[in-house]
Ligand binder design. Structure first.
Ligand SMILES: Cc1cc2nc3c(=O)[nH]c(=O)nc-3n(C[C@H](O)[C@H](O)[C@H](O)COP(=O)(O)O)c2cc1C
Length: 186
């Protein structure tokens, strides 16, 4: 049957390292029979959350803002697995990914208790630095986010030491991303 996977790719670089991690992961997941939908957030019109607390009325379009999040909401609601993919920007997720994630609050607003839907999650990231210290703030955030949401981590692939777009080509982390996609349980 396969899982439904939604990738939120927060890198604006079309042929960047995060995109290549997404490609490798998608190839693996596809070969294992999973269905992957990917959103390249940097090429969509996605505004920041207004904090108006007026969403959650229409399941198809739960936010008051009618921008490209309308494409993402149905995929997100159906997804078994959400992949958060991002370059490391100032030791955090990119603004593109954070903006989209904040807007998912409108889906929680569909629930009377603001409960976020439960998902499994994967993290794919690329960065110039390649030390544990460099990754730590983003990993701390990822772990806290999942703990607060009650989501389950299915794995992370961190491509360090890559600055230029495409620098990840030929590196073993791409195989790691592919294998993570292949190894997802049905
Ligand atoms: C605005 C900006 C902030 C960045 N901040 C960091 C950082 O905090 N740590 C780091 O190791 N690399 C940092 N980088 C480098 C990127 O993470 C690196 O180039 C990565 O490969 C980009 O991924 P992409 O090719 O998918 O866009 C930064 C790059 C930019 C443009």
């Amino acid at each position: 049957m396969g899982k439904k996977i939604t990738i939120l790719n927060g890198s604006p670089r079309k042929n960047g390292n995060t995109a290549m991690l997404c490609d490798a992961f998608t190839e693996g997941a596809g070969s294992a029979g999973h269905r992957v939908t990917r959103f390249d957030l940097g090429h969509l019109q996605i505004h920041g959350c207004l904090g108006c607390m007026k969403g959650g009325k229409n399941p198809e379009a739960p936010c008051v803002q009618k921008d490209d999040m309308l494409q993402i909401y149905p995929a997100y609601r159906e997804a078994d697995i959400v992949v958060l993919a991002s370059p490391l920007y100032y030791w955090s997720f990119s603004a593109q990914l954070k903006a989209a994630f904040d807007r998912l609050f409108a889906v929680a607003e569909l629930d009377p208790n603001y409960a976020n839907p439960k998902k499994d999650c994967v993290l794919l990231m690329a960065a110039e630095g390649d030390t544990l210290d460099n990754w730590k703030p983003a990993l701390d955030y990822y772990e806290s986010l999942l703990r607060f949401l009650g989501w389950r981590d299915l794995g992370r692939v961190l491509a360090g030491g890559v600055l230029e777009a495409g620098a990840v080509a030929g590196k073993p982390v791409l195989e790691e991303a592919r294998k993570l996609g292949t190894a997802l349980a049905d």
